[in-house]
Write a protein that binds this ligand. Structure first.
Ligand SMILES: Nc1ncnc2c1ncn2[C@@H]1O[C@H](COP(=O)(O)OP(=O)(O)OP(=O)(O)O)[C@@H](O)[C@H]1O
Ligand SMILES: [Zn+2]
Length: 754
């Protein structure tokens, strides 16, 4: 009997077997989507293997085959299917749930046939209706005022405009449009559109610039690997503003020349409208831009066009890694150091690591681009697994900005009296405004639970055995705690280093900065960009206004540090460089360094030179010292030495077992049980000293309670991946033994340690 082994979207590690009925026999292929019954449910799964043999008892037949159109069948091409199986094995993730990462939304007709749809909407896919406003030929009888006048002028200048766009700029656009319509000055219409903000305005084609010598060398190396069909990973280390994007564009052209497709992964698509615009300027609208704002219908359309080979370039955030691009030749990971490439829920995959894997399997080229390569990537270069390409200078030979330190231990507040705006920063802002240039102020608000710092010497209270910052907790009296080993100590009376009694909590309270600035510089247009004020479209609007020079000072979080290319920004101020350094995370220094170099790199990209002021209590911290000199290599060298010494990645492999439950004792007991299992498995596995799997914990997670649940965890660490894996498999098997209601998760190569 002919059998199909089907991955179903249920949390089980194994596929299910079904009989292939004769009518489907010729068409069911590996990667086909099929309809199956499981118990009383009907589910859509993917055929991951076929075989002939004795059927298991009570085997049921496949009910139907979903993909019939030859260009779309099977749903998952062989290359993608094999990659997903590897991913599932690597992350110990249920095969059916992994498949779901790559499957398109389901069509309406199919969805109707399913009683139990796995996909986001039971109804299937609905259309996007957009209300637009068009100016008529009528002329106003008497002059209009206020928003109505502004909107009318806008619509006359721009042409048909979606109402939602108008509402972004004018609060009462809806009422104003109504009034204009009643005067016969505009008409509105509702229609179905493939509206996508990335394609809202036409993209004028650009003329490819002449490459700089390093760009040309990088492009040649990449093209040679493509031509040889040699799976190669490149680390493209180019300083900020060196023109990495141009290298990506040329690499895509080289892949196209061989009729191979490309995937470009970016950290956050909402923050990169400019990058998308550059791709459209080069390639027209023949690129698939995958982002969370797409409706299922739009996503399905993109998926189909990619699968059929009509589109050969997909750009998107980490999930674009699963795009069904035909004959994959290239995967670009832009800003590869960015932590957002790690998925933090469900299947906790790292898109950078998996990009390397998928490219490898497809004999494709993978480019990891960054001005601040991650230590992981640097390690790949040093162990011969990646080739390094360097762009040492800015593309148009602009100087790197001058970076200066403001030592907050010595420097008091400027005229505002707010200590976050030191005198030098205040003066620099004045000078920038006088020169009609723009400034970016970066305030780092990460670090939910504060660390303790000595105001006299700047020393941070750290764990004696883990070299990470201790975290302040109030719950059982004022205590400091290590989130790796659970070391605990009462709030110290004096600084361990200089004995000063002036210990202070590293403050958050940055909300009022924008207000303070507006008050201090009344003539300046101040705007803010962070998660609270910005979602999807507003980001685009704020960045658009920044580009149009309608903003003088932009205040923001991490969001302002990402790849923006704004030629009129001459001043960058870092309000408090220390916040990032005090996170209880072995990557704290690396992240802080990345942020500093990236945000500094926003200054001086145009003709006028740039200036960067970094305010800090710890001017001697290596992350700051090296950022001051833009010395990425020296920082990497030093940080690698530190990691090697304490045995953290990239010199070891780490995994976290996370456990949570509404009751603290239940969560702790479950975690203790799994830790015991891990210890026994680690012991049984044996191994040489440094390969031996270390089991740290159970310890309370830094975010000890989240959404009413108490969180505990175990950290497992080994220099040997196979050993670590064996131990984790034992934990995985024991997950079923914990008390009901306890949630457990295994996070392999974790990024977020909170
Ligand atoms: N060969 C070239 N000749 C002239 N201008 C170039 C060339 N290559 C790139 N540029 C320009 O240099 C600027 C910086 O390029 P790009 O934004 O790609 O830099 P980047 O390396 O991605 O920087 P970052 O890491 O800061 O994001 C852009 O305005 C781009 O148009
Ligand atoms: Zn510790």
């Amino acid at each position: 009997m002919l059998l199909a082994h089907v991955a179903l979207p249920v949390p089980m590690p194994h596929p299910y077997s079904y009989a292939i009925p004769a009518r489907l026999a010729a068409r069911v292929a590996l990667g086909s989507r099929v309809l199956c019954s499981l118990g009383s449910r009907r589910l859509v799964g993917v055929v991951v293997a076929k075989g002939e043999g004795d059927p298991p008892p009570k085997v049921k037949p496949l009910l139907d085959l979903l993909d019939d159109e030859p260009s779309l069948s099977p749903a998952l091409p062989e290359e993608l299917l094999a990659f997903l199986r590897d991913l599932s094995a690597y992350y110990l993730a249920p095969i059916g749930e992994v498949m779901r990462l790559a499957l398109p939304p389901i069509e309406r007709a199919v969805a109707r046939a399913l009683e139990d749809s796995l996909f986001e909407t039971k109804k299937g896919i609905s259309a996007r209706k957009v209300q637009t406003v068009i100016a008529t030929d009528s002329v106003e009888a008497k002059a209009l005022g206020g928003q109505a006048a502004a909107i009318l002028a806008h619509v006359r200048a721009i042409g048909e405009t979606p109402l939602t766009r108008l509402e972004e700029r004018w609060k009462s656009a809806r009422a104003a449009v109504k009034k204009l319509a009643s005067l016969g000055l505009v008409t509105t219409s509702t229609r179905e559109v493939a509206a996508d903000s990335f394609f809202a305005s036409p993209a004028p084609r650009d003329v490819p610039p002449e490459l700089t010598a390093p760009q040309a060398a990088a492009t040649e190396a990449i093209a040679a690997s493509l031509a040889a069909k040699a799976a190669t990973t490149f680390s493209l280390h180019g300083v900020t503003g060196s023109g990495k994007t141009e290298v990506y564009l040329r690499a895509i052209v080289a892949a196209r020349a061989q009729r191979r497709g490309s995937i470009v992964l970016v950290p956050e698509i909402a923050l990169t409208p400019q990058l998308v615009a550059r791709f459209r300027a080069r390639f027209g609208d023949d690129v698939a831009v995958l982002h969370s704002g797409l409706l299922p219908r739009e996503r399905l359309a993109m998926w189909k066009r990619l699968r059929a080979g009509e589109l050969d370039v997909a750009i998107g955030a980490r999930s674009a890694l699963f795009a069904p691009v035909r004959d994959l030749g290239l995967i670009v990971v832009d800003e590869e150091h960015d932590p957002s490439f790690k998925q933090e829920e469900g299947i906790r995959y790292h898109a950078r690591d998996m990009a390397i894997l998928r490219a490898h399997r497809a004999s494709a080229v993978c480019i990891l681009g960054s001005a601040t390569p991650s230590l992981e990537t640097e390690h790949l270069c040093r162990t011969g697994k990646a080739k390094k390409l360097v762009l040492p200078d800015r593309a148009r030979a602009q100087a790197m900005p001058a970076v200066e330190i403001v030592d907050l231990r010595r420097m008091g507040p400027g005229p505002t009296g707010d200590k976050r705006i030191s005198l030098p920063l205040h003066r620099a802002l004045e000078a920038t405004l006088a020169a009609r240039a723009q400034a970016i102020l970066f305030l780092n608000r990460r670090g939910f639970s504060p660390a303790v710092r000595c105001e006299a010497c700047g020393e941070l209270c750290a764990c004696p055995s883990c070299s990470v910052a201790l975290t302040f907790h109030k719950r059982h009296g004022e205590r400091l705690r290590c989130h790796y080993c659970d070391y605990e100590t009462p709030f110290p009376e004096r600084c361990a280093k200089c004995q000063s009694p002036s210990l202070a909590l590293e403050g958050l309270g940055t909300e009022k900065l924008e207000e303070t600035l507006s008050a201090a510089f009344p003539e300046a247009r101040v705007a803010r960009l962070d998660r609270d004020v910005a979602t999807g479209r507003t980001v685009d609007t704020v960045l658009g206004r920044m580009r149009a020079r309608e903003i003088d000072i932009l205040v923001g979080t991490q969001m302002v540090t990402k790849g923006h290319d704004l030629p009129h920004v001459t001043l960058v101020g870092v309000i408090n460089a220390d916040a990032a350094l005090s996170l209880p995370d072995f990557r704290a220094a690396e992240r802080a360094f990345h942020l500093l170099v990236q945000v500094a790199g926003r200054a001086g990209r145009g003709d006028a030179p740039g200036r960067v002021l970094i305010q800090t209590y710890t001017p001697d911290h290596p992350a700051i010292v090296h950022a001051l000199r833009h010395d990425v290599n020296a920082f990497i060298e030093r940080e690698l030495a530190d990691r090697r010494e304490v045995g953290y990645p990239p010199y070891s492999r780490v995994a976290l077992v996370r456990v949570d439950h509404p009751e603290e004792s239940v969560a702790r007991d479950a975690c203790t049980l799994l830790a015991e299992v891990a210890r026994q498995a680690a012991e049984a596995a044996g191994g040489e000293a440094d390969a031996r799997v270390q089991v740290l914990g159970p310890a309370a997670a830094p975010l000890a309670r989240l959404r009413q649940r108490f969180r505990f965890r175990i950290m497992l660490r080994s220099s040997d991946r196979a050993m670590l894996r064996r131990t984790l498999l034992a934990v995985e098997r024991a997950r079923g033994q914990v008390a009901r209601g306890v949630r457990t998760a295994i996070d392999i190569d974790p990024v977020q340690l909170l």
